[in-house]
Design a protein around this ligand. Structure first.
Ligand SMILES: C[S@@+](CC[C@H](N)C(=O)[O-])C[C@H]1O[C@@H](n2cnc3c(N)ncnc32)[C@H](O)[C@@H]1O
Length: 266
């Protein structure tokens, strides 16, 4: 695929949808966009940008195509077991509201998994913020309806306890408990971050970001956590130099905030 106009294309997309593709790894993005161009029969970035600026439907489908939404309940179950048995008991404080952020929450499997874990631990005073850049996927998350494929790691006991059987192979997450999750549109690259969070899950999201963008996200996440709060990342997203962000590795993929760093960007 021709790549001479890629920077220009990134600028046009930034103006059109507010997402800065220049902060995503070039190679992966170009490969992905290339597949999209072939599918549409478009031969270069300029042509694609022109098409997207004229056709809202195409723009929406492009947005959906760009964001990789794959998720499931208890993704990497062994890591969620560590979260439940080792991390949560240590960071949940009595008489204090437990505040969690699922960043890049996709279709909601991740924040609803958190609800299940917290309910199973008997924790009642909690709030879960779940954000994503993709508004389409957030709308789907709010429905709380899932195909059985996303539930393969949910035990029959938990399935029975937290889901209602719908039509065909659809299961509905308990609507009352679903209200514990607040879904919001948020861009990790340009949005403001919360403060004083106890736990952040940012899993399988930053793999597509450039090193610089990734570093900025980790720094902002460190600042968003309270002292001793924990960041939980995906299976391919280990932080190589956690100290740089004020983190200490407590288990693989789990980082505790141990020092307060100034709001300097790396
Ligand atoms: C592969 S899913 C991960 C879902 C879930 N965290 C998990 O591990 O199963 C990645 C999600 O990150 C979101 N995403 C990508 N770039 C983002 C950004 N700049 N800000 C917020 N969310 C973003 C995508 O829309 C997508 O829903």
């Amino acid at each position: 695929m021709p790549d001479d106009n890629y920077q220009l294309f990134c600028k046009r997309i930034h103006q059109l949808i507010g997402l800065d593709l220049a902060l995503y790894k070039d190679k992966q993005m170009k490969r992905r966009i290339g597949t999209y161009m072939t599918r549409l029969g478009v031969s270069n970035y300029l042509e694609l940008a022109n098409l997207l600026s004229k056709d809202e439907e195409a723009l929406n489908s492009f947005k959906e195509f760009l964001t990789i939404n794959v998720s499931e309940f208890f993704r990497n179950p062994e890591q969620f077991e560590i979260l439940k048995t080792k991390i949560m008991p240590e960071i949940i404080r009595p008489n204090s509201r437990f505040r969690v952020w699922s960043a890049g929450c996709s279709d909601g499997c991740e924040p609803y998994t958190l609800v299940i874990i917290l309910e199973e631990l008997g924790i009642k005073n909690y709030e879960i913020l779940a954000t994503d850049f993709d508004v389409g996927i957030l709308a789907r998350a709010k429905t709380g309806a899932y195909k059985i494929d996303s539930l393969r790691n949910v035990s029959p006991i938990l399935l029975n306890k937290y889901f209602l059987k719908g039509e065909g192979d659809i299961y509905q997450f308990n609507p009352k408990l679903a209200m514990q999750v607040k879904f919001l549109h948020h861009d990790l690259l340009s949005g403001k971050y919360e403060k004083n969070l106890d736990l952040i899950l940012c899993r399988n999201v930053v793999i597509y970001f450039t090193e610089e963008a990734k570093n900025q996200v980790f720094m902002k996440m460190s600042q968003a956590l309270r002292q001793d709060g924990v960041l939980f990342v995906g299976g391919t997203e280990s932080i190589l130099a956690p100290k740089k962000f004020g983190f200490q590795t407590i288990y693989p993929f789990f980082y505790k905030k141990v020092s307060n760093l100034e709001a300097t960007m790396l």
